[in-house]
Design a protein around this ligand. Sequence first.
Ligand code: CTP
Length: 232
Amino acid sequence: MAGGALDGLRVLVTAGGTREPIDSVRYVGNRSSGRMGLALAAEAARRGAGVTLVAANVALPKPEGVRRVEVETAAELLAATQTAFADSDVLLMAAAVADFRPSQRADEKIAKSGRERLSLELEPTEDVLAELARGRAGGQTLIGFAAEYGEGAIERARAKLERKRLDAVVVNDISRSDIGFDAPDNEVTIVTPAGESRVPLGSKQAVAAAILDEVEAIRAPSAEVSNLRRDP
Ligand code: CTP
């Protein structure tokens, strides 16, 4: 689309949740559906950006005009994003990346018979976002997403913002059942070095629009500080 606010910008979006294999049929995974990432990809494309979507196990159709790369594991997601990130202006890291994976993957299905119990040993995965942030070039904008539980969510998100050296962290309160995982609606707080802003309950499309408004504000040439007000 010509004439959009993000015309000429290359936006990389990750969506969904990684699956880390235990054996040939089982995996360690999470409940992310990919809806928020898909809404971001669709909205960025609508605003004129060239969008690459790295989708981890997303069962939903991809938005029109978006290039889609399929991945399954955290390691595959790291490889795919590293390649695409080099040519991107904006990273929207909405995927839920498994923090741990089984240290060993059985080649065949593990049988139940003959076992009293089964222990899984897990090892940490790569922190994809931190890894990309370490290699970032000037002018790249990096947005992280944090699923936090209840009290202290904003403080923990701010710590992630600083630790991973991001431009913003979008916080989801997962103690609420009406928003978040696989729900059509969401309500988030966008945390930046300048402050934080609450995005009221709305469709994931409306929330995606608010997040991209913030990306535009961060990237605006005159934006010494973003358009956020610091909450008292
Ligand atoms: N992330 C990532 N790679 C991981 C884990 C997380 O790239 N192995 C990214 C997520 O996509 C998200 C951001 O980091 O954009 C924050 O994820 P979160 O799991 O909340 O952060 P962690 O640093 O893993 O913190 P916690 O100790 O709360 O799990």
